[in-house]
Design a protein around this ligand. Structure first.
Ligand code: ADP
Ligand code: MG
Length: 224
């Protein structure tokens, strides 16, 4: 079976001319279906850049990147949107919308799938909020949720459409230890139940037990 993600000889740079800086060098990384892979490495080593390239959130420059068997380089925006809709993102900068309640925030991922009828939005969102232990916060707005609760809403939003691939960037970094432990358990349980592939940037030791593989990034290069 083809890997879910196949990264080959990927190189990426920011800036132009004298300011040009290579932040990813010759990255090679296959992710197989159902794997949980941790990516760790010092700040500035290129982890977030790699995740945003794999998630089709940033235009790639050099190399080869296949997601779900399809090439990203040169793909039209329609195809990129379709690819993104199959990925669950848990990124710090993809915050909740303050004007939407918890279930409405979760339902924003369902709206990317035209085949899901609108009447299913609320029941599916509520079921996923149940799965992350927020059954009593379905109608709450972000301003009335703690940091850990908001992070769990973001996880529910990432997983509600049953993506084949979840990309998570330091999902426990802003949480206290109990909330962090809850998030680790929830992600493990849902990854196992949904059988999805997870690529996780984290320094949190509690994730080590649930990982199939641990990769180390240093100066834009991958070591395993
Ligand atoms: P990490 O997630 O491992 O901390 P990043 O991928 O965020 O690393 O950043 C890798 C390098 O790329 C850093 O030197 C950072 O300053 C630089 N960088 C990241 N994003 C941009 C950008 N949009 N423009 C210019 N430089 C960037
Ligand atoms: Mg980062």
């Amino acid at each position: 079976m083809a890997p879910i993600v196949a990264v080959r000889q990927l190189t990426h740079a920011f800036g132009r001319g004298a300011l040009r800086k290579t932040v990813l060098s010759d990255i090679n990384l296959p992710l197989e279906a159902g794997e949980i892979v941790i990516l760790e490495g010092p700040s500035g080593s290129g982890k977030t850049t790699l995740l945003s390239l794999i998630g089709a959130l940033r235009t790639m420059q050099i190399g080869n990147l296949q997601i779900f068997g399809q090439d990203l380089l040169g793909a039209k925006s329609r195809r990129l949107m379709q690819t993104r809709s199959q990925i669950g993102f848990i990124f710090q900068h993809l915050n909740l919308l303050n004007c939407l309640s918890a279930w409405e925030n979760v339902s924003t991922s369902l709206r990317l799938h035209p085949q899901i009828p609108k009447r299913n939005y609320r029941p599916q969102a509520v079921a996923m909020l149940n799965a992350v232990g927020l059954e009593d916060k379905v109608d709450a707005y972000p301003e009335n949720l703690s940091g850990g609760q908001k992070q769990r809403v973001a996880i529910a939003r990432a997983l509600v459409s049953h993506p084949q691939l979840v990309l998570a960037d330091e999902p426990t970094s802003s949480l206290d230890s109990q909330a962090g432990r809850d998030v680790v358990e929830i992600m493990q349980r849902l990854a196992r139940e949904e059988g999805c592939t997870v690529l996780l940037v984290t320094h949190d030791n509690r994730f080590l037990d649930i990982a199939d593989r641990i990769l180390h990034m240093e100066d834009g290069r991958l070591q395993s």
